[in-house]
Write a protein that binds this ligand. Structure first.
Ligand SMILES: Cc1ncc(COP(=O)(O)O)c(C=O)c1O
Length: 128
């Protein structure tokens, strides 16, 4: 398991790159993160996306807190989905649910767009 810096939540790029190899199938990220509240910057997202593309890996991204952001002094915080990053739509699996934002519990929504022609054809699964 790769860990971001404890205090800042910033990934060390050399260490993250070193964690990828030809056997890497996927990376799992939680963005915004629970429990740290860290939201990856566009630059950090692009770096992770670049690794996924270079090593032909998927990105499973837990975005359950996408609407619950905690502003920090001097930092502009905005959530973007990994699927929005260039070249990532077809290799991103988004995990989300309505429990945090809408207090609707007992369900998880998983959306994968790999091998689909358009977002509208993405598949969603309800689990509990
Ligand atoms: C980051 C994260 N993802 C997923 C879940 C699961 O959410 P749910 O209550 O909808 O099963 C939680 C629950 O705390 C969470 O913190």
């Amino acid at each position: 398991m790769f860990r971001c810096a404890r205090r800042t939540g910033v990934p060390n790029r050399d260490e993250l790159r070193a964690a990828f190899n030809s056997k890497t199938k996927a990376i799992i990220i939680c963005n915004p993160n629970n429990p740290t509240g860290k939201v990856f910057t566009p630059n950090e997202m692009e770096f992770i996306a670049g690794l996924c593309q270079e090593f032909d890996a998927l990105c499973f991204t837990d975005e359950i807190y996408e609407h619950i952001l905690y502003p920090r002094a001097g930092a502009e915080i905005a959530h973007i989905s990994m699927a929005q990053i260039d070249g990532m739509r077809d290799r991103t699996v988004i995990v989300n649910s309505m429990s945090k934002t809408y207090s609707v519990t007992d369900g998880a929504l998983v959306t994968a767009s790999r091998h689909r022609k358009s977002p509208a054809r993405s598949q969603s699964f309800m689990t509990s």
